[in-house]
Ligand binder design. Structure first.
Ligand code: NDP
Ligand code: GDR
Length: 392
């Protein structure tokens, strides 16, 4: 039987990398669009690469950009995909306030470019399209929990761009009978999450503070609540949406919401460190109240840290110190306070349920970030200088 062919935009991102793995496992031929960058930008998918001169290569990358219609149209014509997963986006909500026009070009008009290319190329009967819609569409709280019928109220240039993408996908489905679907995905995270999103920022910083590589973590709004799932569960659902008998729109969520403060506490607790929050507003601080040395020791051994006792001695110096501070530069001009999804439709019609709990997600991220940052500590101990990232 001929292999199914899929095209993923945003293949170098968190979701793109998991989706590529998932589709390759299912026997697909996977094509991905990557941007030209002055540095390597394929870290999340390098393990999937095979020398194109070898036999049975199922994984192909093409240069492209969501701002370039000609490029997208040429690639779709060449690849003739049965499924397109449109994941490429300027996906950072806070950055969208800094780059609103670019965000609209990529996230809103970029989606139109894909839909229109499929239409112009006469592929409407052949190619199914998945559009990466988002719980950010709900924005200002209208109704809790949020489902497929909850009204939208976008609260950022990102969400405003994504609402256009949502409706143009619905419109092309209705106008041209295309198999085009929106997955309204609530936040999903993993060890591959970008370092400037709040969960990864927290797990990474916690590891670095405990290893003695950083002193503090600065955050913005600690009271926001998010419905966090694991990216692996969510990419499976993207595929299921395109296998359903007809094109529809779907809410994908866990049905559990958690405050940023609580995510901080859960993360540090995994290291055996109890954090309590004190003070209010910009003066709020997260203070280390207790250390469970045995718990930290077990984690460090599991992660193959060579001298756990040295790290534990350093961790003990954190007692009574405030390791979390608020920096108003991370506040957003308009915020989304509460997201809690109702995935009943996905459960009932597609049989989808998330398999990875928030606790398991935190564990996986903590272990990953501990390992990754421990490497930096080892390099430093060997006398190598490791410059700090200026990105966070
Ligand atoms: P990431 O930010 O990790 O990945 C975004 C991808 O888009 C990267 O591959 C990036 O390339 C690419 N990209 C950005 N701009 C362009 C452009 N101009 N042309 C081509 N490619 C571009 O996002 P996620 O994987 O987390 O999310 C995937 C999609 O799902 C996004 O559309 C996001 O908005 C949406 N979404 C995400 C949710 C989440 O919680 N993760 C929830 C709901 C929706 P590069 O690697 O070069 O930067
Ligand atoms: P979000 O994710 O905006 O929900 O968008 P993010 O992790 O950036 O923020 C979640 C919440 O945490 C608060 N917050 C901070 N956020 C960041 N990034 N950095 C901080 O220091 C910080 N402190 C507090 C934020 O204010 C917010 O309330 C993500 C993206 O993946 C989108 O692409 C996707 O559409 C939505 O999830 C669903």
């Amino acid at each position: 039987m001929a292999k199914k062919v899929a095209l993923i935009t945003g293949i170098t991102g968190q979701d793109g990398s998991y989706l590529a793995e998932f589709l390759l496992d299912k026997g697909y031929e996977v094509h991905g669009i990557k941007r030209r960058s002055s540095l390597f930008n394929t870290k999340r998918i390098d393990h999937l690469y095979k020398d194109p001169h070898e036999e049975n290569v199922n994984f192909f990358l093409h240069y492209g950009d969501m701002g370039d219609s000609l490029n997208l149209t040429r690639l779709i014509q060449k690849i003739q995909p049965e499924e397109i997963y449109n994941l490429a986006a300027q996906s950072h909500v806070a950055v969208s306030f800094e780059e609103p026009e670019y965000t609209a070009q990529v996230d809103a008009v970029g989606t139109l470019r894909i839909l229109e290319a499929v239409r112009l190329l006469g592929l409407t009967d052949k190619t199914k399209i998945y559009q990466a819609s988002t719980s950010e569409l709900y924005g200002k709280v209208q109704e809790v929990p949020q489902n497929e019928n909850t009204p939208f109220y976008p609260r950022s240039p990102y969400a405003a761009a994504k609402i256009y993408a949502y409706w143009i996908t619905v419109n092309y489905r209705e106008a041209y009978n295309m198999f085009a679907c929106n997955g309204i995905l609530f936040n999903h995270e993993s060890p591959r999450r970008g370092e400037t999103f709040v969960t990864r920022k927290i797990t990474r910083a916690a590891a670095r503070i405990i290893l003695g590589l950083d002193h503090k973590l600065y955050l913005g709004n600690l009271s926001a609540k998010r419905d966090w799932g694991h990216a692996k569960d969510y990419v499976r659902m993207m595929w299921m949406i395109l296998q359903y008998e007809k094109p529809e729109d779907w809410v994908i969520a866990t049905g559990r919401t958690t405050e940023i403060r609580e995510f901080v506490r859960m993360t540090f607790e995994r290291f055996g460190i109890t954090i309590e929050f004190e003070g209010e507003g910009v003066n709020e601080k997260g203070v280390v109240k207790a250390i469970d040395e045995e718990k930290l020791h077990i984690l460090l051994k599991q992660t193959n840290v060579a001298h756990p006792q040295t790290i534990i001695e350093h961790a003990k110096t954190l007692l009574g110190r405030d390791v979390i501070n608020v920096d108003p530069k991370y506040f957003r001009p308009t915020e989304v306070d509460l997201l809690l999804g109702d995935p009943t439709k996905a459960k009932e019609k597609l049989g989808w349920e998330p398999q990875i709990t928030l606790e398991e997600l935190v564990n996986e991220m903590v272990e990953h970030d501990l390992k990754e940052n421990y490497q930096e500590l080892v390099l430093k101990e060997c006398g190598f200088e490791v410059p700090k990232s200026c990105e966070l």
